[in-house]
Design a protein. Structure first.
Length: 164
């Protein structure tokens, strides 16, 4: 059985060997920020309070899994009391959790939302039978990848069944 890849996406073997070519540029990649907002973005956009709270959540990345109140102050150019208010509102919603002395991590509600996504996302629901059908033909594992601008995320994995 021959299994193709999504155009422009690396094969799983390339990913495991560390040979991942860069993802192709898309038109929206140029206009969609993939990082936390800069101070200029935060001050100049005149966004709503909800927009600012979402921008605080975007500060969390694989490289920055814990943020400090001073980072929020510097990123958004706001006072410490405003930054604490943003984080308090996110904390009350369960989206962030305090780890003391001004440090915050993602909260438990994120895990609950991820579980709901696993049970309801159209891509995951459509991909499950495909991955299940590939499982007997895979030497190692099959991946379902989601792309977003310049990054890819493994949404689901099926390990090969061991042969006796």
């Amino acid at each position: 059985m021959t299994v193709g890849t999504i155009a422009g996406m690396p094969r799983p073997s390339q990913m495991l060997e560390g040979k991942t070519p860069p993802l192709p540029k898309t038109p929206e990649a140029a206009s969609t920020p993939s990082q936390a907002p800069t101070t200029a973005d935060a001050q100049g956009n005149g966004g709503s309070a909800l927009t600012r709270l979402l921008q605080v959540l975007q500060m969390f990345t694989l490289e920055s899994r814990r943020i400090h109140i001073d980072e929020v102050v510097a990123t958004f150019g706001v006072g410490q009391s405003t930054a604490y208010r943003y984080l308090r509102e996110l904390s009350e919603a369960g989206l962030v959790a305090s780890q003391g002395k001004g440090h915050y991590v993602l909260g438990r509600r994120i895990v609950e939302l991820e579980r709901i996504l696993q049970l309801s996302d159209p891509l995951l629901l459509a991909g499950k039978p495909v991955l299940d059908s590939l499982q007997p033909h895979c030497a190692n594992r099959a991946f379902l990848l989601c792309t977003r601008t310049t990054s890819a995320c493994c949404a689901s994995t099926r390990w090969a069944r061991t042969r006796s």
